[in-house]
Design a binder for this molecule. Structure first.
Ligand SMILES: [Zn+2]
Length: 253
């Protein structure tokens, strides 16, 4: 029987570690997700800048086409000038050319302005790109850390399961059945050792008579949380007076 008691207490301890490990494991996906937030922020900024750059490109291209169209108009008007018959036609062609030139001037000014803006955006882009690279590096380091933690937890879970399986052989089936019922109700640890009249699971006081019975039978149940309680005689405290050997050290050698 004592063997069985130790075994169930060990299993209880392992189940406790298992429960904490599983709880920790559950937080890993959320941790991984959170790690990505800074990179995602920079990515968002980067996308916005790229969009803006593309938009400016588009505006410049539109205006360049417009300049081409106006130049075409000037060419046509120039052609007309060669075969002009009167002053009125001359004036009309000249007016067309002037308007086209004015338009070109205005549009080219706009292009210059847009190009300056584009340059500004490009500068911002390269600095954000640098930031992005750094954040990615930080992310991969942190991801590695989380992966290591995850691996650690998984191997601990594995370890617990193995040692549980080993100890299981020593547990009396009836005791284990009662124990399992508690675990299934999430009462963890389900079996605890006590040496004082307090439950080591729920911390509540155990009535004196019940505690005496537990001391007598080595086993009982907590009247509050129903845990399996096993009595263990308190360990003898280390004798204090022995400490005074310390100052004597200098005597040797
Ligand atoms: Zn209790």
């Amino acid at each position: 029987m004592p063997n069985s008691i130790d075994a169930i207490l060990q299993i209880s301890q392992q189940d406790r570690v298992l429960a904490t490990s599983k709880k920790r494991l559950k937080t890993i996906p959320e941790k991984k997700k959170k790690l990505r937030i800074p990179v995602e922020k920079v990515e968002f900024h980067l996308d916005k800048l790229k969009e803006k750059e593309e938009e400016i490109y588009g505006k410049i291209r539109e205006r360049e086409t417009l300049v081409d169209v106006e130049n075409e108009k000037i060419k046509k008007s120039d052609g007309k000038m060669a075969i002009i018959k009167n002053q009125k036609e001359y004036m009309a062609s000249q007016k067309e050319i002037d308007i086209a030139k004015k338009t070109i001037k205005r549009v080219e000014d706009q292009i210059l302005e847009l190009e300056a803006h584009k340059e500004e955006i490009s500068k911002q882009l390269s600095s954000v790109m640098e930031e992005y690279k750094q954040e990615k590096e930080v992310l991969s380091e942190k991801e590695q850390e989380v992966l290591n933690i995850e691996r650690e937890i998984l191997s601990k879970i594995d370890e617990c399961k193995k040692s549980k399986a080993e100890v299981m052989l020593n547990v009396e089936p009836d005791v284990f059945k009662e124990y399992e019922e508690l675990v299934n109700r999430d009462v963890i640890p389900a079996a605890v050792a006590i040496s004082r009249s307090n439950c080591m699971g729920c911390a509540m006081a155990i009535p004196a008579q019940l505690f005496n019975e537990i001391m007598r039978d080595s086993f009982g149940r907590c009247p509050h949380c129903n845990r399996l309680l096993f009595y263990k005689a308190p360990e003898k405290p280390a004798e204090q007076p022995k400490k005074k050997t310390k100052p004597k050290k200098k005597a040797k050698k």
